[in-house]
Design a protein around this ligand. Sequence first.
Ligand SMILES: [Zn+2]
Length: 170
Amino acid sequence: MTCLEAQSKIIAYIDYNLEKEEKINFLKHIQNCPNCKDELNIYYTMIEGMRQLDENLPLSKDFTVELNDRMDRELKQNRKRREFFRSSVCIVVIGVLGFFIFAYINFLNLLHEDEQAKLKEAQGEYYYSRNFRDRLFDPYDKENILNINIDDQSERIDFYQKIRQHNMLQ
Ligand SMILES: [Zn+2]
């Protein structure tokens, strides 16, 4: 905010007519600019003095102290608001992170279950293969317990496919 902008807002500030953000920018400028601060002091003393006279109120003893108190109060309020905002953002971030971690763990569990299922299936096939392979698939064994005609495509059929075929027949 430039000095010109700040000085154009002095009366609006004194009359509480600035928006929150505008007011904070104005106050930040005033804190760092002795010229504008002096200007604000003069206007404040004039306008507040007139108002107090108009309303038959007792006149302030020190307008400068009064004005400084008001500015401090308003800046502090803004700081508190920002702290509150920051902590709300923290809570939201933690919530979102927590959700993703939860989802990721669930995903890992699903993956694990899936792997276990596949392992079991493979173990089943392994079991069949170890115990029955010779008897199941030896085309020259007359006692073959499976009546699958595998002569014509014996080399092409995948072994596991045969197992599955066998399982389906049962
Ligand atoms: Zn200035």
